[in-house]
Write a new protein. Structure first.
Length: 214
């Protein structure tokens, strides 16, 4: 008896995966997409930043200015302690850049599903921030050792802004480079139509690579 054919995995990307993909060039794009496909097929993957994000959100919610971030370094598993020690100073600096802790509150964000042509991309900010003057920001965190490139910043902020009605209505998208404590916002001279065309082309190539990576 012949076994049924395996169902091909539908092309799919998270915001992190897609923005890391657009940051690559040449053959490394194919290698990267192949890795994403294998990871999805095996349903593997682990997020080492989970406790860190919870601590950062707690500092915002409870107006504690960094005490939860400092404390999480001591309770995280020893293998992740050097990573957390590298992240805390920048994250604390960003927290302080928000000015008085009591003037900022945590805001609930929702995930959204973007369609770039036929490619679904999951838009998942880490959290939202609401300021005393009524301004709101949807925050995505960048944890890598290297700063985010101009391309990854534009892709991240554009896709978040594109679906802000679902994510956190009337909010501004912000990408926070955690290690350096730097917040990136959409440049005032950005041209959304050009970014959209660029990302559509990248998404089409992503799908093509995915389909041949089996």
């Amino acid at each position: 008896m012949t076994a049924p054919a395996a169902t091909p995995l539908t092309p799919y990307a998270t915001l992190l995966g897609f923005t890391r993909y657009v940051d690559r060039t040449g053959p490394t794009k194919a290698t990267f997409v192949g890795g994403l496909r294998k990871q999805r097929a095996s349903r593997s993957g682990f997020n080492p930043h989970g406790q860190f994000v919870k601590a950062l959100k707690a500092d915002i919610a409870f107006h504690t200015g960094g005490t939860h971030l400092t404390g999480v370094v001591d309770v995280v598993k020893p293998r992740w302690r050097p990573l957390y020690q590298a992240l805390v100073p920048g994250a604390t600096a960003w927290l302080h850049s928000l000015r008085e802790p009591a003037a900022v509150d945590l805001a609930q964000t929702r995930d959204a599903l973007a369609m770039l042509g036929d490619l679904p991309v999951k838009i998942n900010p880490h959290f939202g921030v609401r300021h005393a003057d009524g301004r709101a920001e949807a925050v995505r965190l960048h944890f890598d050792e290297t700063p985010p490139s101009e391309e990854s910043v534009l892709a991240t902020l554009h896709l978040m802004a594109r679906h802000m009605d679902a994510v956190l209505p009337h909010a501004e998208p912000v990408l926070v480079d955690v290690r350096r404590g730097q917040a990136h916002r959409m440049p005032t001279d950005a041209k959304p139509e050009q970014i959209e065309r660029w990302l559509a082309g990248e998404a089409a190539a992503f799908r093509a690579i995915w389909s041949t990576a089996a």
